[in-house]
Design a protein around this ligand. Sequence first.
Ligand code: NAD
Length: 471
Amino acid sequence: MATKAPEFQATALEAIPKIASLARGQFRTHKTKNVEWRKTQLRKLYWALEDFKPQLVEALKSDLGKSSFEALLTEVDWVKKDCMWMLDHLDSFVKDQKLGSPDVPATYSIMNFRVKKEPLGTVLIIGPYNYPIQLLLCPLVGAIAAGCTAVLKPSELTPACAMWTKELIEKRLDSGSFSVVNGAIPETNALMAEKWDKIFFTGSAQVGSIIAQKAAQTLTPVVLELGGKNPAFITKNCGNLALAARRLLWGKTQNAGQVCMSQNYVLIDKDLVPTFIEFLKVAYKDMFPNGAKASPDLSRIVNKRHFHRIKKMLDDTQGKIVMGGELDESELYIEPTAVLVNSVNDSMMQEESFGPIFSIYPVNTLDEALNIANLIHKTPLSLFTFGNKAENNRILNEMTSGGATINDGFFHGAVNTVPFGGVGDSGWGAYRGKASFDSFTHFRTIAETPGWAEKLIRVRYMPYDFKALAF
Ligand code: NAD
């Protein structure tokens, strides 16, 4: 039986330095270097998620109107799978990597060059609201696996999830090594005043920039997982337009489109537009036979501020709503909506929608589509191509993005073990799978010079003797 989440309570500001110092102290005990200790923490996290499953599912419902199906698939079970995968592979990840040819020339092979995988230290993980469990705890899986201690800062916009996360982490994982600080800007600022060995931030580009600037003052490395204005390209040679419509609509119905990597706009050959819109409507009808509002599967917008942000994009558009368009503030409900636009300056093209709405922009050629996409955002988090093989390759070649999916919505980000990250201003660094371990690991090169090798390397000592180079 799920119980209601404890009432949201921000962590006292004066407690934050102590929490950080405790986590640093725990790291200095060196216990996290023990791989068995890390595995125990991963198992504890797995079982905590299993035991708190009903509470988390209910919290995701109350914070975001998330269905149990999505709550399990994309949040609770997702992180559990991460724990299992990491447990299966950790022994091989932690092994020293012996360096040989071509990294080490034959002349130096006697020196036993190797790379030792060391934990970075004590890290801060700051999460966003849209996947409050997954996007906070997956980086934690990487941090634990690498042997770091960590302090987590969940989003205050999803208070029930934040409170349960604090409970499950602090009750179940090693005390003091892993803590949760709840709160908003003042609490994050207090955390940023502490010294960390890495900061892992997921959220908006605007806040990411603040975090990166503050981190730069202490030369603290950061991973930034940010957002972007992600394009989808549909060319004349798109093989199956009905499938493209269904798959792109999927990208906007998951978590009510509050997904960093879903498409913001669709650049489509102008002759295909009427049929594409018809196929979107068919897909909509299949997914929501009684209308989206009646569906138990569609999430709600996280709060009024974001509801009004998305509503404003629809209010300001000069385009035409061709699918959806219903809003109900009392339920924070926004219908999956497509808007046909004809200007790159349209509100629907200029901002990241981060909601169940997207625009359709007709183009004459692929050249035009690529020009527009590169103009709107040169380094989006993701892009999607629906063309023939040559066109798909051309799009991937002429426009970069954090990740990309050919012939689908955001599938490159839907598998928990493949690397995920942005590029340029959509993010720095990657995680998931082995990349999560790497992200919190220092790859320390070690050389060992045997005493007996002295006669082989004596050339380095002064006075230099050019003749000795001939050995
Ligand atoms: P946000 O940037 O508003 O908040 C993220 C975190 O930063 C929260 O914990 C919040 O409390 C904290 N924060 C907010 N303002 C702050 C400030 N001024 N100083 C210090 N900390 C502050 O992001 P959000 O609204 O929670 O999430 C939506 C954004 O995140 C979208 O842009 C989306 O694209 C992006 N996102 C990216 C990814 C990814 O993996 N690349 C995943 C999810 C969301």
